[in-house]
Design a protein around this ligand. Structure first.
Ligand SMILES: Nc1ncnc2c1ncn2[C@@H]1O[C@H](COP(=O)(O)OP(=O)(O)OP(=O)(O)O)[C@@H](O)[C@H]1O
Ligand SMILES: [Mg+2]
Length: 506
């Protein structure tokens, strides 16, 4: 039996913050909840990132819900990447159910069922705030990588972007890009213009580029490219003092985790580019939670992983914290893991030799504790219990503590379709991004120019133009192309971010 009085005294001291903090639960000792010890996490070190890990069904997502709620109470907005689609209930008050009341009774903390302000977001055209980016924002480098172009084709892409820039032909969506490529290869004026100033494009290269674009469109990227492009400052809303919980529902692209990870990187980059450096404000500006993060890490390439590592480092000074939620810490690459200040470890199961290795590794990384046999207890933590270690206000790891987490104050279930409809219908942000604006961009401008050229031509030329053999452009657009977009997108997403950070993007 550990010395309870000593435990209380020690742990109280280590889990007390001078500045603002959030409370995640109560300490436990020898299987009992110790009401005297609140597990308080200082807001000051929330931007030092973290991990929520544990076997399936141990309470990771509910812990994330509690975390997001507590931040919201402090006026801190968050973004939750909801891969399983089981998070939306935070927009409705919790049910009056006995298990929750019992839980709160054990902690002695007050329970008040309540909802939190929520924005639902989408990158795939479902209900919610539509998150988009323009072709120009991606830039020729990344776009070439996404399209898996070879060096020759990539340099053509750079020329095309340069041309669009020089001639004031905005590239907003993929239609613009295709139209410009068509103009530069099928249209006499376009061809001449290009040849004179930039060199010519071989039909084979053009065909390859167009095929890649079509493949990209077939993977659902059409929705993603366009205007209005999403302003990341819209993630920072508060309502009645509560931080808005932005939920990006990505369950429909579970099978395409690369798109998800590339999107995530683009978001990191936007945040990095547009959020100012935050001095020591004592609290985070914004927190990002990535549930089912193993999906990203499993699929990510070395470049992408390296980029995540870099972004995790860079984004901290912008006052942004990132939390990865996954089953075992080993899902997160070592160099990212080593940068995570807070660890919330739910139960792990030691079924296989590999599992047991993971357990040993997890335990090795905890601060040494005299109160628990961590290796043994970690396999026996109850649902909604976790080992926690965080950073205190001085940035020093707090002692490992067996924590009895509070329950969410909001609904521990999803929204109904009707509730989703109401929520999105009432959202001003949904409205703001609802209609893709098709401004006069390359497509419209070039279509007009090409039509005028045909009108101006002699009647016999006109007839030839309309009856002409399908151009490479038409052939490619009409054909079904390969489906390798997503993997490429993920592989090269990193360079996109690099391009953005180095300012090449805009
Ligand atoms: N803090 C909590 N308070 C009350 N109940 C909880 C708590 N945490 C977990 N539970 C219960 O455990 C169930 C599973 O929790 P949760 O969905 O968070 O697990 P998970 O670790 O995210 O699982 P998965 O890996 O399958 O996503 C919940 O539906 C809830 O009934
Ligand atoms: Mg979960």
């Amino acid at each position: 039996m550990a010395d309870k009085a000593k435990f209380i005294e020690e742990l109280q001291a280590k889990y007390t913050a001078k500045g603002e903090f959030i409370t995640l639960g109560k300490a436990m000792l020898d299987g009992e909840v110790v009401k005297e010890v609140d597990i308080n996490i200082p807001l000051k070190t929330i931007n030092r990132h973290g991990l929520i890990a544990g076997a399936t069904g141990t309470g990771k997502t509910k812990t994330l819900q509690v975390f997001a709620e507590q931040l919201s109470h402090k006026g801190i907005p968050s973004l939750v990447l909801d891969v399983k689609g089981d998070f939306s209930g935070i927009a409705e008050p919790g049910a009056d159910i006995p298990i929750i009341k019992e839980r709160y009774a054990k902690t002695g903390l007050p329970y008040e069922a309540q909802s939190f302000p929520v924005e639902l977001m989408t990158i795939s055209g479902e209900k919610g705030v539509k998150l988009r980016a323009t072709v120009t924002e991606f830039g020729p480098l990344l776009l070439s990588k996404i399209l898996d172009l070879n060096d020759t084709q990539s340099s053509i892409m750079s020329i095309v972007f340069k041309y669009s820039d020089d001639k004031g032909l905005p590239l907003i969506d993929l239609e613009d890009l295709k139209k410009l490529l068509q103009y530069l290869t099928d249209n006499d004026q376009g061809k001449a213009d290009l040849k004179q100033n930039y060199g010519s494009i071989s039909p084979a290269s053009l065909g390859a580029i167009l095929r890649s674009i079509v493949a990209l469109e077939q993977q659902g990227a059409t929705e993603f490219f366009g205007e209005p492009s999403f302003d990341v400052h819209d993630l920072l809303q508060t309502r009645d003092g509560k931080g808005v919980v932005n939920i990006l529902r990505v369950q429909d692209i579970q099978n395409q985790p690369q798109l998800f990870s590339t999107f995530m990187l683009s978001l990191f980059a936007e945040i990095y580019m547009t959020f100012p450096e935050e001095g020591d404000t004592g609290k985070p500006k914004f927190v990002m939670f990535i549930d089912e993060a193993h999906l990203i890490f499993n699929e990510a390439s070395k470049t992408l992983l390296a980029q995540i590592e870099t972004m995790v480092k860079l984004i901290r000074s912008k006052g942004v914290g990132i939390y990865f939620i996954t089953q075992v810490p080993g899902d997160v690459p070592e160099n990212v893991l080593s940068q995570l200040g807070m660890k919330i470890q739910h139960a792990l199961r030691g079924f296989t030799a590999k599992d047991r290795k993971e357990i040993d590794k997890a335990v090795e990384n905890y601060p040494i504790t005299e109160y628990y046999d961590a290796g043994q207890l970690i396999q026996n933590l109850g649902i909604g219990e976790a080992f926690i270690t965080a950073l205190n206000e001085k940035g020093i790891p707090t002692p490992l503590v067996h924590t009895f987490l509070i329950s969410p104050e909001s609904r521990m279930d999803v929204l109904t379709d009707a509730e989703v409809a109401t929520l999105t219908n009432q959202s001003a942000l949904v409205q703001k991004y609802e209609q893709s604006v098709n401004k006069d961009s390359a497509y419209e401008m070039l279509t007009t120019r090409m039509e005028q050229a045909v009108q101006a031509a002699a009647p016999e030329v006109k007839a030839t133009v309309t009856k002409a053999q399908p151009s490479i452009f038409q052939e490619v657009i009409g054909s079904r192309a390969g489906q390798n977009f997503m993997s490429t997108l993920a592989r090269e997403g990193a360079k996109f971010v690099l391009g953005m950070i180095t300012g090449k993007r805009r």
